[in-house]
Design a binder for this molecule. Structure first.
Ligand SMILES: Cc1cc2nc3c(=O)[nH]c(=O)nc-3n(C[C@H](O)[C@H](O)[C@H](O)COP(=O)(O)OP(=O)(O)OC[C@H]3O[C@@H](n4cnc5c(N)ncnc54)[C@H](O)[C@@H]3O)c2cc1C
Length: 464
């Protein structure tokens, strides 16, 4: 498999977290991953922090339409951005989501708005030649589009979602990664981007941690409150005229002459066009798409609200942080001054308490100053991994789809949804990403058998 991950780890002495008078220690620290059990706040909850802080707009309670121009499967950022663009262009649009509105990855993520693809410009060019430049430009377009949408540059009102261009700090977790990061910084800087290498001796200006050997600052990365952005996009699409129907699963799609028959748990709709925007949650309604992405869990813990000084000591510049491991950690301060710390230890599913304890232990290794700080929220969601680690757009049985966020689809999947809206209204040709061959994940039905072995291999590399 060509799942191109990054590589490995650091060893910092781990202090035992103290017990605060109002907290208790979780009993569930797995024996599978030796770790310090998380200290839990009395208000500890296994819902997403973001979702707990946002009431999504109600989905449409109107009757199902019998016929529409476009039916969209999935009301995440991708489906809603497509719906918005189509509705603004005067098309009749219905969006179905089998779950309550703002349930999916779009409201559960780390809120990092990344103007990059997984591979850097040079590596992309080596693999894809001329197409690479256009794909790289699209990552920038996606970033510009999400910023313009949030700012309301189109005159339709912005989205209040605590957006800040915070910048991102990409951290070398071993000395052997320093050279690679230096090269990356130079490569981006040569393209005129505000990207710079930070040597270990100056890392304290960016992060309160002794765990890393150097880093790269990408000034252009942003941070937002995911559920506020997701809900804002839903309201925008509905205001433009899209009908967004939640708690209604699409159970089957079929061609009927030039149109599509969309079967749902509440009835059938005929649509001239269909967009499938299910990303990591593709199900039996689109069997062919299910084989093109690997759904992998990613988990996040959020601490209790931190004292200002402690928060500043961890992240003096408020960057979005990511390290260089295969099983990378990502973390940031939240708008209400908690530390949200995410990652995974394995490609096969784990339950939230197991992931939480593993993340808590890792968070303390990186930021020992958080000893005694309790976890208030822990949650997880699925990301869609593709074989080449790139997002994909295409058609299956006449329906358009965009998928394959590979863990960084806040900007990209939103933009791809918008672009599919443009394609269906004839405003623009398909994006360059549609020119990529989208190969199936080999033996995807057998993934539960082989993923533990792949995970083990990544883990060994990360520990080297
Ligand atoms: C824990 C976590 C952290 C992340 N962190 C970041 C980050 O910091 N930055 C970043 O850029 N990206 C991040 N991501 C990825 C990002 O969240 C996704 O790329 C993005 O939200 C995908 O949007 P989407 O609309 O394509 O899919 P989703 O938001 O997942 O929406 C898909 C929807 O399809 C619905 N659906 C599926 N099947 C059907 C059906 N048959 N009928 C009806 N509805 C259906 C699902 O219910 C779901 O609501 C993270 C993801 C996770 C899980």
């Amino acid at each position: 498999m060509v799942l191109m991950y990054q590589s490995s780890c650091h060893a910092v002495r781990l202090p035992r977290p103290g017990r605060s008078s109002f907290s208790f220690v979780s009993e569930s620290c797995s024996t599978r991953f030796r770790c310090v059990p998380a200290l839990l706040a009395p208000t500890y909850s296994e819902t997403g922090l973001w979702q707990a802080q946002m009431t999504p707009p109600p989905g449409s309670r109107e009757a199902l339409p019998t016929k529409v121009d476009v039916a969209i499967v999935g009301a995440g950022l991708c489906g809603l951005a497509a719906a918005d663009t189509l509705a603004v262009a005067g098309r009749s649009v219905v969006v179905f989501d089998r779950e309550p509105l703002c349930w999916g990855a779009s409201s559960r993520n780390g809120g990092m708005v990344i103007p990059e693809l997984k591979a850097g410009p040079a590596s992309l060019e080596q693999h894809y030649g001329e197409l690479a430049q256009r794909m790289y430009a699209e990552a920038n377009d996606a970033f510009d589009f999400i910023e313009a949408t949030i700012a309301g540059d189109d005159g339709r009102g912005g989205i209040e979602c605590n957006y800040q261009r915070s910048g991102q700090l990409y951290l070398a977790h071993t000395r052997s990664h320093v050279g690679e990061l230096r090269e990356q910084a130079a490569e981006h800087a040569a393209l005129g981007e505000a990207v710079r290498f930070v040597p270990a001796s100056r890392l304290s200006e960016e992060i309160g941690s002794e765990a890393f050997f150097g880093g790269v600052v990408f000034e252009r990365t942003g941070g937002l409150h995911p559920a506020r952005f997701h809900a804002g996009l839903a309201s925008r699409a509905m205001t433009a005229g899209a009908q967004v129907i939640d708690r209604t699963g699409v159970t089957g799609l079929s061609r009927r002459g030039v149109s599509h028959r969309v079967e749902t748990t509440r009835g059938t709709v005929e649509a001239a066009d269909v967009i499938v925007a299910t990303n990591a949650y593709a199900d039996g309604a689109t069997p062919a798409l299910k084989h093109k992405v690997l759904p992998v869990g990613s988990y996040i813990i959020a601490t209790e609200v931190l004292p200002e000084e402690l928060a500043h000591s961890i992240s003096p510049t408020g960057r979005m942080m990511v390290d260089t491991k295969n099983f990378l950690f990502y973390w940031r301060l939240t708008p209400d001054r908690r530390l949200a710390f995410g990652g995974r230890r394995s490609l096969d599913p784990v339950d939230v308490p197991e992931a939480r304890d593993f993340l808590y232990d890792a968070m303390l290794r990186i930021h020992p100053q958080l000893a005694g700080t309790a976890v208030e929220y822990a949650w997880g969601g699925n990301v869609a991994i593709t074989l080449d680690r790139l997002p994909h757009v295409g058609r299956i049985d006449g329906a358009w789809y965009a998928t394959g966020c590979n863990g960084s689809g806040v900007a990209m999947n939103t933009w791809l949804g918008h672009r599919l809206g443009e394609v269906l209204t004839g405003q623009a040709p398909p994006p360059a990403l549609a020119e990529l061959k989208h190969r199936n994940v080999p033996l995807s039905s057998w993934r539960h058998a082989y993923l533990p072995l792949v995970s083990r291999w990544f883990d060994v590399q990360d520990r080297r």
